[in-house]
Each structure stands twice: as structure tokens, then as C-alpha cells.
Design a binder for this molecule. Structure first.
Ligand code: PGA
Length: 250
């Protein structure tokens, strides 16, 4: 099954209107419309409107509320994000799970809210260092996927993307080796293949790697057969390094 590559930038709570301008300018020439790489920028929501004019890349949000609307001070709905130009939304990033105590159940509700509102959810999963060291990686990932399967229907997975982000590799400079990442991606794909709800989409779903991806390690990671792109944090804040990752994928 040949899958296209998705290179996604997660700016987190960083960036300003001048980064919007410099990134937009850099991407104008860096994206080859004939290549099989798609590019996605997930800036802070307040910067979405700064991306004006024609662009060859998609926009996404970093979070959404699991409710459609209502008295949820400070929150943003799927419809608001769509109206601001988003096609994608990150769901269950490890920083949301850890710092904002989002449980797998809340993450699952956000996933459903996204997909049923026409946003493509990028479901982030990943194990902590202690899980990796105690051999619990597969169990932790399976539980994170199971929580979504519990409340989803097959149709909810049609536009979904998965991002595998080992928590110990995020922002630490430590990257999973390409072999380690491939083994885990292969596990995730086979796990989805083993479930009735997701058996059909398992061969085609994009599974991105995230965690200290940069220009120097991107080509090797992206050459693995089950790694279909990257979710890039730190290195996406510098247009030059982000463009180098895109180049490595093409
Ligand atoms: P990083 O972040 O590339 O800075 O490790 C990745 C992420 O958290 O999405």
C-alpha cells in the first residue's frame, strides 16, 4: 500500500506573526506540488488568520474542545477551527495528556468531535520512559487506541492520522532509532489491522513519527516502511530546518 507522506509542524505555544510570514515565504518555494509530501502547519490558534493568500500547505489546530459549543470558557470548538481554515487537529498530544490531565477518554471524545465535524484528527499516542524500560510500550499504546475504539465507529477512522510520539523523545534531543520507531509503527498498524473497526483502514492510515525529528535524522526515519511522515516541534520553528525536513521527505 503506497501512502503519501505528511510533514506536520507543531509550533506549540511559540511563534508570532513574523514567523507566519517567514514560514509562508519559505514554503512557497520548498513545496513541490508534484511530490508525494503534504505539509501541515499547526500554529497557535491566534495565528491561523495570519496565513492569508494562496498556499500549498494545510493548516491545523493543536487542540479542540470535545463539546460542540456552550459555556466552556477559554475553549475552542471544531466548528471555530474549521471556520479559521483548519483541516486537521492534533488530539491527545502528550503535553495535553500530562500537563492538562486529559484522560484517554477525553482524548477519544475530542477525536470523535473532530472527525464528525469534518476535521482530520491526528491522534497522538506514545509511551513514557518508564513504560519503555519496563517493556510496557505496546500495552500503553494499545490502551490509548482502545479508548478511542470504545466510542468510535468505522467511519470515524476514515480521515484519521496517528502520530507516534515516544514521550521520552519529545523536546529532549533523544530520538527513537529508526529501527525502534519502525518496530513500534509496525505494531500500531498491525494492532489496527486486528480490530474489526479499523481493519480496512490499517494499510492506508498515515502513521507519523514525532520526537526530536530534525533535518539530520529525518531521511533515515522517513525511509522506514511504516513511517509516513513526521510531527515536528522544535525544528518547525525555524523555516530553514523545517524546509530541510520537507526536502528529506521528497
Ligand atoms: P519535538 O516535539 O520535535 O520538539 O520533540 C514534537 C512534538 O511534541 O510534537
Amino acid at each position: 500500500m503506497s501512502r503519501t507522506t505528511l510533514i506536520a509542524a507543531n509550533w506549540k505555544m511559540n511563534g508570532d506573526i513574523s514567523l507566519v510570514a517567514s514560514m509562508s515565504a519559505a514554503l512557497k518555494t520548498a513545496i513541490n506540488p508534484n511530490s508525494r509530501t503534504q505539509v501541515l502547519i499547526c500554529p497557535p490558534a491566534t495565528l491561523l488568520a495570519g496565513f492569508t493568500g494562496d498556499r500549498k500547505f494545510a493548516l491545523g489546530a493543536q487542540n479542540l474542545n470535545e463539546q460542540a459549543s456552550g459555556a466552556y470558557t477559554g475553549e475552542l470548538s471544531a466548528a471555530m477551527l474549521k471556520a479559521s481554515g483548519c483541516d486537521y487537529v492534533l488530539v491527545g498530544h502528550s503535553e495535553r495528556r500530562e500537563i492538562y490531565l486529559e484522560t484517554s477518554h477525553i482524548v477519544s471524545k475530542k477525536f470523535i468531535q473532530a472527525t464528525r465535524s469534518g476535521l482530520r484528527p491526528i491522534l497522538c499516542v506514545g509511551e513514557k520512559l518508564a513504560d519503555r524500560e519496563s517493556g510496557a510500550t505496546k500495552q500503553v499504546l494499545a490502551e490509548q487506541i482502545d479508548a478511542v475504539l470504545e466510542i468510535s465507529e468505522p467511519a470515524d477512522w476514515q480521515t484519521a492520522v496517528i502520530a507516534y510520539e515516544p514521550v521520552w523523545a519529545i523536546g529532549t534531543g533523544k530520538t527513537a532509532t529508526p529501527e525502534m520507531a519502525q518496530e513500534t509503527h509496525e505494531f500500531l498498524r498491525s494492532y489496527l489491522a486486528s480490530k474489526a473497526q479499523t481493519a480496512n483502514i490499517a494499510p492506508s492510515i498515515q502513521i507519523l513519527y514525532g520526537g526530536s525529528m530534525k533535518a539530520a535524522n529525518a531521511a533515515e526515519l522517513l525511509s522506514q516502511s511504516d513511517i509516513d511522515g513526521g510531527l515536528v516541534g522544535g525544528a518547525s520553528l525555524d523555516p530553514e530546518s523545517f524546509v530541510a525536513i520537507i526536502a528529506a521527505s521528497q
